[in-house]
Write a protein of this length. Structure first.
Length: 248
């Protein structure tokens, strides 16, 4: 889990998974011979024309933010690793050059698990896909300290426990995805569970006000049906509380 720095405009000081925005160069790279098994993601995301590009984005962002290069045909030499990552973060090196150096990427390492959209009324909105991948045991993660204040390895159940105690700030999509991970006893079983999903629903919550408190309602909640477009006030952050149990 990566804790975003406090001064970031969106969910600052909050723990998230590595990730970021699709770059036009990701789409260009996705359709080259350096990227293999794009069809696996395209089958899992039949209504998404940018499926392969989103897979490239997921791998690139994990490398930028956590120093992990998933799906590489072979890994970079340690002496080149930090320099390549720093060049990428500084905009001095294209991700395609790194992919070339490692002999290509295999998008088959990614398993599509969730699709969340930021509620209307948020000053910034994102259409976000979540992927699961097994990390090679010899990998060493290191956070990008430009956007990341802290990085922690935690079991999913511990993430939820610490969040309930108020020690680990999360937003609803992260809570939901960590909760999904917590039901599985191993990485292999979690991947099997991901691949067995028949359909990945598009989840777009809605803001609603419980008196003076801003909350989030999920599709299927009575509060979601009643909620209109609730705009966040200046300085107001996305809440972590969803509809109370008696309104679900």
């Amino acid at each position: 889990m990566l804790r975003r720095t406090k001064d970031l405009a969106f969910v600052g000081d909050t723990y998230v998974f590595p990730g970021g925005s699709l770059d036009p160069t990701d789409a260009e790279l996705a359709h080259t011979s350096w990227v293999r098994n794009a069809d696996a993601l395209e089958r899992r995301m039949p209504d998404e024309p940018s499926a392969a590009a989103l897979g490239v984005t997921a791998i690139r962002e994990a490398f930028e933010e956590a120093g992990i290069l998933l799906g590489a045909h072979h890994q970079l030499e340690p002496a080149h690793w930090a320099a390549a990552r720093q060049g990428l973060l500084a905009g001095e090196l294209a991700f395609g050059a790194i992919v070339d150096e490692v002999g290509g990427l295999d998008l088959g390492v990614l398993h599509y698990v969730a699709h969340w959209v930021t509620p209307k009324g948020s000053p910034r909105r994102f259409d976000t896909r979540f992927f699961l991948a097994a990390l090679p045991l010899d990998s060493v993660a290191s956070p990008d300290h430009g956007e990341v204040a802290e990085a922690r390895w935690l079991r999913p159940a511990d993430v939820l426990r610490l969040h309930e105690q108020g020690d680990l700030p999360l937003v609803p999509p992260t809570i939901a995805n960590v909760g999904w991970l917590a039901q599985w006893e191993s990485t292999e079983v979690a991947i099997a569970g991901a691949d067995a999903l028949d359909e990945i629903p598009r989840i777009e919550p809605r803001f609603w006000r419980d008196g003076t408190e801003l909350r989030i309602a999920l599709p299927g909640d009575p509060a979601w049906e009643r909620a209109g477009i609730t705009t966040l006030a200046p300085g107001e952050t996305i809440p972590s509380r969803v509809s109370p149990p008696n309104t679900r």
